[in-house]
Design a protein around this ligand. Structure first.
Ligand code: SAH
Ligand code: SF4
Ligand code: F3S
Length: 439
């Protein structure tokens, strides 16, 4: 039997899909990149914005004919599965299974009974359950995700994630270290620690915090770059910044979502910090690590966001000058506190605010990127450029995309690249030197 997995959403989902693929391979199936040729199609779903859900329904619409013609088994997993549970059958009666994030370990067991039996697994478990790490089918041979926690306790007013991923539960440090050591022994160079709110990590056995975890991971073999996502400004401590500064492996790069530059909007969002608290942390980070690359998430058009409040977001972007941002129009989500309020910023105004955010940021990024021209940077090459197969693609320590030419195939290796030009979203260069000890 062949399977195909389509993944929507964040790194958490990408990582879960790698785990699911590993389980299916271990149970004797083969992976296929082509849905039409597969016997089983799994869609790993995202519920964070209405648009993410709409994309799912249009994909399922397209898959329906495959089911009719070939009897393909189609099931969904992930955040939409958990959010709507059996109600999804009202919308899509042909779905063979609906399985939420806490139940992926059961997937191999249900396979023999499909498609005669419809399956729903959406219960929560309160403790961390380890998955066999040898089974993970990773997309990359050089960068790997390591999940350190699941769920979120924060209940930001706009966010559905606490309802799709449940409450926080943490993976024990020895289990995290085992996975990191296994990756190091197989030649991985970069690891990314994953969780919805990694800064609140607490080892369930010893009570050690995220800073302590980072320190322990820093000692692991041939791993050269360590990153983590996502941080929450209210839980990001001076101690974490200090470990980042002192570590020779933790990249000087941080994604620190602010969401809005206005303290009154932040309060209505239930974010637990003010604009001033946030800016203080940014100042400290830059003082400790002048070379740090910062990125953030912005939501425009949250209920009651005034023109003056929105201007504060633009002002903040101009002050902080992030290396990269992800910006979204507010989208009301089921079960969230904000969904009870009127979604009263008109769509045209939301669109307008988003354009203003994105065009300001584009200008800032272009200016910042120009300052890297002439520098030689260490790049981890991860593949070939999507636009040109003669051009290699990778990222620098700051997590910026760098496209470059090279006379040799340097995929999955560190290289030194001289930057000769740039656009707002990437840097361009040519390879100067291959890093010595990483073939
Ligand atoms: N745990 C992470 C990511 C959450 S989802 C965090 O706390 O930052 C990723 C981003 O999607 C959020 O940071 C937010 O900017 C955006 N987002 C979440 N819910 C949204 C909504 N209802 N409408 C618009 N954007 C939303
Ligand atoms: Fe959502 Fe807030 Fe939790 Fe992030 S911290 S996942 S935005 S509730
Ligand atoms: Fe989406 Fe779930 Fe991630 S809602 S952003 S896939 S945690």
């Amino acid at each position: 039997m062949k399977f195909y997995i389509h993944t929507f959403g964040c790194q958490m989902n990408a990582s879960d899909s790698e785990h699911i693929a590993g389980m299916l391979l271990a149970s004797g199936m083969t992976a296929s990149p082509i849905p039409e040729e597969s016997d089983l199609i799994i869609v790993n779903t995202c519920a964070v914005r209405e648009k993410s859900e709409e994309k799912l329904y249009s994909l399922l619409g397209r898959l329906e004919s495959l089911k009719k013609d070939k009897g393909t088994i189609v099931g969904i997993v992930g955040c939409v599965a958990q959010l709507h549970r059996s109600k999804l059958w009202d919308k899509k009666p042909s779905l063979d299974f609906i399985i939420g994030p806490d139940n992926y370990g059961k997937i191999p067991k249900i396979l023999p009974n499909l498609p005669s039996e419809k399956v729903l697994f959406t219960d929560w478990s309160s403790d961390w359950t380890d998955q066999p790490i040898q089974q993970i089918e990773r997309d990359s041979k050089v960068c790997a995700y390591i999940t350190i926690m699941e769920g979120c306790n924060n209940f930001c007013a706009y966010c559905v994630v606490p309802f799709t991923r449940g409450r926080e539960k943490y993976r024990p440090i020895p289990s995290i270290k085992d996975e990191a050591e296994d990756l190091a022994s197989r030649g991985y160079k970069e690891i990314q620690l994953l969780g919805q709110n990694v800064n609140s990590y607490t080892d369930p056995e010893t009570g050690k915090n995220f800073a302590a975890l980072l320190k322990e991971i820093n000692n692991i073999g041939n791993i050269e770059w360590i990153r983590f996502i996502t941080s929450h400004p209210k839980n990001f401590t001076d101690e974490i910044a200090f470990v980042m500064k002192e570590s020779n492996k933790v990249c000087h790069q941080l994604h620190l979502p602010i969401q809005s530059g206005s303290s009154s909007v932040l309060q209505r969002m239930n974010r637990g910090y003010t604009r001033e608290d946030y800016l203080e942390k940014i100042d400290l980070l830059r003082e400790m690590m002048p070379d740090i690359h910062l990125s953030t998430d912005i939501i425009v058009g949250f209920p009651d966001e005034t023109q003056a409040e929105f201007q504060e977001t633009l002002g903040l972007l101009a002050d902080v000058r992030y290396s990269n941002i992800f910006s979204f129009r507010y989208s009301p989500r089921p079960l969230t506190a904000a969904a009870k309020k009127e979604d009263n910023v008109a769509l045209v105004e939301k669109k307008n605010r988003l354009i203003q955010v994105q065009s300001l940021q584009k200008k800032i990024q272009l200016e910042k990127n120009k300052s890297f021209i002439g520098q030689t940077q260490k790049i981890l090459c991860t593949g070939i450029s999507r636009k040109d197969p003669h051009v290699y693609a990778g990222r620098n320590a700051g997590y910026q995309v760098v496209n470059f030419t090279s006379p040799n195939d340097v995929r999955n290796r560190f290289v030194w690249v001289k930057i000769h030009s740039c656009g707002p979203y990437s840097l361009f260069g040519e390879v100067k030197e291959f890093s010595s000890r990483n073939n």
